[in-house]
Design a protein around this ligand. Structure first.
Ligand code: UTP
Length: 301
């Protein structure tokens, strides 16, 4: 593979069933649940645009058309708001006037994250690309782009895969893919990955560094996905495909989220509630009111 100048393509898998969020996700995608004033997937797309990613492929599934509708400009609604003088509300629709181009393809049966990414093969072609999970937000306290830094590290190192990772509590590693840094690089900000394992038991986990919903890949990942064996639930795990990349001799890197960055995974109610509270108290318009309200409530506990 020759020198890669720039990455503009991103794959956003949103085809999962969201069963852990039932009944909220019975008839709507979890990626459309609001966190503060916006649906989760709108934050994800803003993050992608800030990192210079302009070709966005959603891997969708059943009951996910609301995502497509959300990013589709709606001239009728704009006309209605303009006629009624609703200029402040028009501002809220500005996100649809983007340079980015959206593409959609369907994963009819959710057979795992690696299977979802495999659907992007033709879209990706010979280019390096990003994968961003549609149910996770990466928030930076100073507005800087973690993804931009991740892409830069990927291009600099010549890796076939570069992962975002975050430190989690030891007793929570069983929820995540966990990486093992190469010896001597354990404390580095970004490092070579020696091995990785999906949902390990805490006592056998190789570290407490969990894969954090953002990846950069070379097209070599598609060959690895094709060779990946299904897990005991019949799903293809992306962590297993990345492990195969290592076994095939490719370089895999990881970069830690920096102290100013935080990952919000809204795939379960506990972290969804935390995300909503954090975004609500930081809201420009309503944050002060929410903080006052919470202070009052806390005194009642
Ligand atoms: P999750 O495993 O967290 O999502 O996948 P899920 O399957 O929807 O969750 P539960 O267990 O049923 O509650 C992380 C991301 O990968 C996508 C999901 O939509 C989510 O954004 N995904 C997962 C797919 O696109 N296809 C799949 O087959 C699995």
């Amino acid at each position: 593979m020759g020198q890669v100048a720039k990455i503009v393509k991103v794959v956003v898998p949103v085809a999962g069933m969201g069963t852990r969020l039932l009944p909220a996700t019975k008839s709507q995608p979890k990626e459309m649940l609001p966190v503060g004033r916006r649906p989760v997937v709108q934050y994800v797309v803003e993050e992608l645009e800030a990192a210079g990613l302009t070709q966005i492929l959603f891997i969708t599934g059943r009951k996910k058309t609301a995502i497509e509708d959300h990013f589709d400009p709606d001239p009728e609604l704009v006309r209605l708001l303009s006629a009624g003088g609703g200029y402040a509300l028009l501002e809220e629709l500005k996100y649809t006037e983007t340079e980015a181009r959206f593409f959609y393809t369907r994963q009819s049966t959710p057979l795992g994250l690696a299977d979802a990414v495999g659907h992007a093969k033709e879209f990706v072609g010979d280019d390096h690309f990003v994968v961003a999970l549609g149910d996770s937000i990466i928030k930076s306290s100073d507005g800087s782009s973690f993804l931009r830094a991740l892409i830069a590290d990927h291009l600099r190192s010549g890796a076939a895969c570069t992962l975002a990772v975050e430190e989690v509590n030891r007793d929570e590693v069983y929820r995540y893919g966990v990486v093992k840094p190469k010896e001597g690089q354990e404390t580095a900000q970004s490092f070579d990955v020696e091995d990785l394992v999906e949902k390990p038991r805490p006592e056998v986990a190789p570290s407490n560094l969990a894969i954090a919903a953002r990846y950069v890949f070379s097209p070599a990942i598609f060959d690895a996905i094709q060779r990946t064996a299904p897990d005991r639930n019949g799903e293809l795990q992306l962590t297993d495909s990345i492990r195969l990349l290592l076994q095939l001799g490719y370089k895999v890197r990881a970069m830690r989220l920096r102290p100013k960055e935080r990952r919000y995974d809204i795939g379960n109610f506990e972290s969804y509630f935390k995300a909503f509270i954090d975004f609500a108290i930081a809201d420009e318009k309503y944050g002060y009111m929410v903080r006052q309200y919470l202070k009052r409530k806390v005194r009642e506990f």
